[in-house]
Structures are given as C-alpha cells and as structure tokens.
Design a protein. Structure first.
Length: 308
C-alpha cells in the first residue's frame, strides 16, 4: 500500500509543484542527489574516484512538451560529455527519450539521441537509454537497435517487474546491446507487471543469470545489475563464480547515497561498480519512485521533517 501511494504521489502535479518547496523534503532528497546542477554532479563523480567507483549521470526530467526544451536537453548532454572527456573521468550519460521529445516528434527525438550518442562515441564514452513506463518499451528498444547499428557502445535499461522482459532481454542480446537490469519503479497494471516482491526478485535473479552467461564478452554488450538488494547481489556474484565468470566481467550500478558501505565493499572485492548520480530541478517524481522502491526510506523523510 505504501508503495502504491508513493507511486501515485510521483504522478501528482499538485504535489510536484508544492513538495519541492518543503524544506524537510529538500533536506531528505539531498541524501540521494548532490545538487541540482551539472557542476555539483561532476564534483560528486570526482569524489568517487579515490574509492574505485565510476559514475553514470542523468539530468532529471521526462515527458517534455516543447521541442525547444528537448533540444536544450540534447545540447546539455553533448556539452556534458565534452566536459567529462576533458577531465578524463569515468562518467557515462543515461538519457530518457521522452526528455528528448519522444511524445512530440519521434523523428526529432531520434535525431537528438543520435547527436548525443555520436558525441559519446567520439569521446570513447558509453550511452545508456533509460526505460520509462511499459507503453514506451517497444519504441525504446527500436531506438536502441537503431543506435546500436551505428555506434557500438549503447545500452538500455530493462525492468524485471515487467512480464515481457525475458523476451525483451533476448532481443537486446541479439542486438549485442548493453543491458542494465533494474526491478522497476512505475505504477503498472497487474496484467503487465508483477506486484509481489517475491515474484519480482525471482524474475530479477532469473534474468540476471541469463545476462551473466549471454552478455559475457560480446561487442559493446555489458551485463549491469542496478540493485541495492544485498541478497540479490550475493546471489549474482555466487552464480558468476559458479560459471567461471570473474569480477569485472559484469557490473553493479547503485544510486548515489544508497548502500554506500556496500558500494565500497564491492569495489574493494574487485567488482565493477558505478554510482548513478541524478541532478536537475525536476526531482520530485524521481524521488517518490526511489522511495517506492524501498518504502523503509520513508522513515528517513519523517526524521528529516523534525531535523533542525
């Protein structure tokens, strides 16, 4: 019930406009993002390096309604990739297609996605394409396949709670695209997505085992596990060892500010770990979905309400 309420809150425009003004909410969200600007993200990424951690960055926002805004987002990513190249740090972009105007003009969104990917290719960087609600899955996979035909270093996020994901994973394996597997954080009908945590976890582990074996050593393909679930992490590492797959052949992506001790432990054990750092002013819906992924974090917000 708590998860459902949080997901409904993430879709509320009224809450989005008012929630960002509440001081205790802003204090709480600072746990999960270092700031609203690219420079703040960049400083956080640089601070991770001594700990053996690289980064993935994403500018928050989705479902833009103006192509000028979509173009500004594309220009921002192109500039950001150039700045990262100059600094020579491991920091990969993760983009949302609806932030590039997918809902307005698919042709223009495809053009902007190609501009970003071409710039990343020139810089020797990698581009991740985020997955959004279930009705965007087909068009997102189409975009990724198109990008992958021209640029080797392209990956996509897949969501383990969707009932269709096993077939989508096979499709991305054939395309030799990278895959970042997450549990999923949107409100979806029962016919489309598993709702029981045990079912989601079982789906995640089954998909992970396929990824470890099938995405191992392919051209530009990467097996990436976006989870903070320590039991799943242990099971994935154990299965990799049983298959003779060494640390460094796959990766874990974890959110900034969550499970920091686990991030450090994995890196020290020789596992490849990247930290997803989000920034931007459009953080309220994203934050609500993060709370929905782990409702226990609501207690952190409650405590922040009373902090001075």
């Amino acid at each position: 019930m708590v998860r459902t309420l949080l997901l409904k809150a993430s879709e509320s425009r009224w809450l989005r406009e008012r929630g960002v003004r509440a001081p205790f909410v802003r204090r709480a969200v600072s746990r999960f993002m270092p700031g609203e600007t690219f420079d703040e993200m960049l400083r956080a990424a640089q601070e991770l390096r001594p700990h053996g951690l690289d980064a993935v960055f994403t500018r928050l926002g989705e479902n833009v309604g103006d192509l000028r805004e979509a173009k500004a987002v594309a220009d921002h990513y192109v500039d950001a990739i150039g700045r990262i190249e100059a600094l020579r740090i491991g920091c990969e972009p993760s983009i949302k297609l609806t932030q590039l105007g997918l809902d307005i003009d698919r042709g223009r969104a495809r053009e902007y996605a190609r501009e970003i990917t071409a710039r990343a290719h020139a810089a020797g960087n990698y581009v991740w394409v985020d997955m959004e609600q279930s009705h965007y899955v087909d068009v997102t996979l189409d975009f990724v396949e198109g990008l992958k035909r021209d640029f080797p270093n392209v990956g996509v996020c897949l969501q383990a709670y969707l009932r269709r994901t096993a077939a989508d994973l096979e499709r991305m394996i054939r395309a030799e695209a990278g895959v970042r597997l997450v549990k999923g954080a949107y409100r979806e009908p029962a016919a489309v997505a598993f709702s029981d945590k045990r079912e989601v976890d079982a789906s995640y582990l089954a998909l992970s085992k396929t990824m470890l074996v099938r995405l191992h050593g392919q051209n530009g393909a990467r097996a990436v596990f976006g989870t903070h679930d320590t039991k799943l992490i242990a099971d994935i590492c154990s299965h990799a060892r049983a298959q003779g797959i060494e640390p460094g052949s796959y990766e874990f992506h974890m959110l900034y500010g969550i499970q920091r001790a686990e991030q450090a432990r994995l890196a020290k054990a020789g596992e490849r770990v990247r930290v997803l750092i989000a920034y931007g002013t459009y953080w309220f819906p994203w934050y609500m979905r993060r709370l929905a992924e782990r409702p226990a974090n609501v207690w952190f917000v409650v405590k922040s309400a009373f902090a001075r």
